[in-house]
Design a protein around this ligand. Structure first.
Ligand code: UDP
Ligand code: MG
Length: 305
């Protein structure tokens, strides 16, 4: 079997030489252990440092290494997509892994074994993440928990480290949407699945390219591309408010007929603000979806090489 290892890289000059060496020795082990031929595909996601020079040099030196240079930074998910789209036809399976190899690359050997036994999609699942900072760990865990409540299919602690056979990748390519949340979509493909467990290690060099801001927008993206739970929540809130309003009308009428007049200025002002706030929030959440429809409808190309 031939395997292409797709590695998205964004400003990874610090770790890349190490990662390339690691992955090259992995290809040797694969050849030795399972008899599989692996190739490396590095996708430069519009890096502004010397990442591309490192890839180009490695590609010139080794036959099994190639590079894909995207014209500008399109984000991890799109870079991954680009790498898979450009390679899946020429190999039996593609596997995606982050450039910092925080996800144990040796797990690829187990993945290859699962594919040999008939699996089409093999998910890498993080067993422990002791080496992450406390903040990264809790925020990531919270992210998975929220995703799980809005989308039952979501795998806990699975990042984008997975192997897919050609037919699974081909199926994935049929999804035309632009708001890409790969780990959600892949679960909808429905081929034979398998899991491989590994420990997540620390970054050997360089910094995380997922600071808090990006992580939050990634979560919001994941939730709004995969579920209408926030919209349902507004509906429930609306229903509850109607119920409260009904009770208020009845009591107000009762008070009116019993001859009591209410000054009511304070309560009026308070409810005015309250309703205003709720409505605005609702409009805001709806706006997120409208924004997504807007970008989907435009059908812009995902990347240029
Ligand atoms: N990455 C990318 N484009 C981006 C941001 C990140 O291709 O705009 C890549 C990055 O080079 C790495 C992977 O996505 O290979 C995951 O990033 P990182 O390791 O920084 O995230 P973390 O492990 O901290 O979640
Ligand atoms: Mg990382």
């Amino acid at each position: 079997m031939t395997i292409t290892i797709v590695v998205p890289c964004y400003n990874e000059q610090e770790v890349l030489p190490w990662s390339i060496a690691q992955l090259l020795s992995l290809t040797d082990r694969l050849r030795h252990d399972t008899g599989d031929e692996a190739r490396l595909m590095f996708v430069d996601d519009g890096s502004t440092d010397s990442t591309w020079d490192i890839i180009a040099q490695a590609a010139a030196k080794h036959d099994g290494i190639s590079g894909l240079k995207l014209a500008h930074n399109v984000g991890h998910q799109n870079a991954l997509w680009a790498g898979i789209e450009q390679t899946y036809r020429e190999c039996d399976a593609t596997v995606s892994i982050d450039a910092d190899l925080q996800d144990d690359s040796l797990a690829i050997i187990d993945m290859a074994r699962h594919v040999a036994q008939g699996a089409d999609i093999v998910y890498g699942i993080r067993r422990r993440r002791q080496t992450d900072t406390w903040f990264k760990r809790t925020s990531a865990q919270a992210f998975y928990r929220i995703m799980r409540t809005v989308d039952r299919n979501m795998l806990y602690n699975h990042a984008d480290f997975r192997m897919m056979t050609r037919r699974a990748a081909h199926a994935l390519m049929q999804y035309p949407e632009r708001n890409m949340f790969l780990r959600g979509i892949v679960r909808q493909l429905g081929f034979h699945e398998a899991m491989v467990y590994y420990d997540r290690t620390a970054r050997t060099a360089g910094e995380s390219k997922y600071p808090l801001g990006k992580m939050i927008s990634f979560s919001v993206d994941g939730i709004t591309s995969f579920s209408t739970a926030p919209l349902k929540f507004i509906t429930f809130a609306g229903l509850a408010m109607t119920l409260v309003a009904l009770v208020t009308i009845i009591t107000a009428l009762a008070e009116h007929f019993s001859g009591k007049t209410i000054e009511g200025w304070t309560s009026l002002l308070v409810s005015l603000w309250f309703i205003g706030g709720v409505v605005t929030t609702g409009v805001g959440i709806t706006g997120v979806y409208v924004g997504k429809i807007y970008t989907e409808v435009k059908r812009r190309p995902r990347y240029f090489i």
